[in-house]
Every structure is written in C-alpha cells, then in structure tokens.
Ligand binder design. Structure first.
Ligand SMILES: Cc1cc2nc3c(=O)[nH]c(=O)nc-3n(C[C@H](O)[C@H](O)[C@H](O)COP(=O)(O)O)c2cc1C
Length: 175
C-alpha cells in the first residue's frame, strides 16, 4: 500500500515534518510530500485544467497514494493557513475522496492540538476522505527530540509511529 506523508508545518526544524521524515527514513516506501511552501494561494479562478505546476504535482501525489498520513501543528486554535491552503486545493479535484487517511499529532502536551485535530477532521469529512480512527494517534515530540539531521531517534516514538502506519496500511489493503 503506497502511503503519502503530509506535514502541515513549513518550519525548518518542524517536529511534525521531522516525525514524518523519520518514518520515510525507516521505511523508504513511504513518500514525504515536501512542497507545501511552494503552493500558490488557493483561488477558485486558478482551479482549471491548466493548474499551477505545484498544484498539479500535489494532486498527482495524492491521486497516486493509496493512503495518506497528515501531521500538523495547531496555530491559533486551528490549522496553519498554509496547510489549510493545501487542503483547499484538494477540494476541487477530490482525489482524496474515499481514500483511507490518518492524523498523527505531535503536540508535546496532550491537552494541546485538539483544535487542529477537529478542524482537520471537519475538512477531511468534507472531502470525503475515510479517516481510519485506529491509525490516528498522539505521539508527543519535544523540540529537542529532533536531531541535527531532522530525525527523531527515540525508539518509543519510532515504534508507535510505524505501528500507526501499519494500521493504516492494513485498513487500506482490506478496503
Ligand atoms: C503562530 C503560532 C500559533 C500557535 N498556536 C497554537 C495553538 O493555538 N495551540 C497549540 O497547541 N499550539 C500552538 N502553537 C504552537 C505550535 O503548535 C507548536 O510550536 C508546534 O510545535 C509547531 O509545529 P512544528 O514544530 O511542526 O513547526 C502555535 C505556534 C505558532 C507559531
């Protein structure tokens, strides 16, 4: 099952991106989407057959994936604007409809991040993605857990991460 990993953060030392990069390093079959910052602002006028190249690339990556993992920070109680922008570009194409998806939340404090999770679930429902609840997990990651290579070495984090992705894959292969 091909899995696309999408981080909602554009920050260089992002804990969210580092978690997904770690997954891709541990399992090279996983594909890390890395062009969030290159997407133009969503404008319905530009959602035509002649899409901006970064949008065409995004839609192709989503269409080609059999499952998707999202890992996003919370900004001001909801999703970061740049990540919501990515999701807005997916509304028109509907490549994500019926696709098994999961979220992983890395907020270091378990009481945080709930606004991002609930907004993400609202949007995923709107685009008719299939959220696999059993694969959605909180994996707290502190900023100092990210090493100089942008990877997370903690064995517990790594095993929970791979278990969640395996759960998503198992659901996707059964559907
Ligand atoms: C502008 C801004 C707003 C934030 N708002 C929230 C918030 O509402 N709730 C929260 O739990 N964390 C909030 N945070 C903290 C981020 O979620 C946290 O720094 C997270 O680690 C960022 O993810 P990253 O490491 O992947 O960049 C905010 C951070 C920034 C920069």
């Amino acid at each position: 099952v091909s899995v696309l990993l999408i981080s909602g953060s554009t920050r260089g030392a992002s804990t969210n991106t580092s978690l997904l990069r770690t997954a891709a390093r541990l399992d090279p079959t996983l594909v890390l989407y890395d062009a969030l910052a290159a997407l133009p602002h969503f404008n319905p006028d530009d959602d035509t057959a002649d899409l901006p190249q970064p949008v065409a690339d995004l839609r192709k990556a989503v269409a080609g994936a059999e499952a998707i993992v999202f890992c996003t920070p919370e900004y001001a109680g909801t999703l970061p604007g740049s990540f919501k922008n990515l999701l807005d570009w997916l509304v028109g194409g509907m490549e994500i409809a019926d696709k098994p998806v999961a979220w992983i939340n890395v907020a270091a404090d378990a009481h945080r991040g709930g606004g991002a999770i609930s907004t993400l679930e609202t949007v995923l429902g709107y685009v008719q993605a299939r959220v696999v609840d059993e694969a959605c997990v909180r994996i707290p990651v502190a900023r100092d857990a990210v090493n100089a290579d942008g990877l997370i070495e903690d064995a517990g984090v790594r095993s929970t991460l791979l278990d969640a992705i395996a759960e998503l894959r198992s659901h996707a292969s059964r559907s």
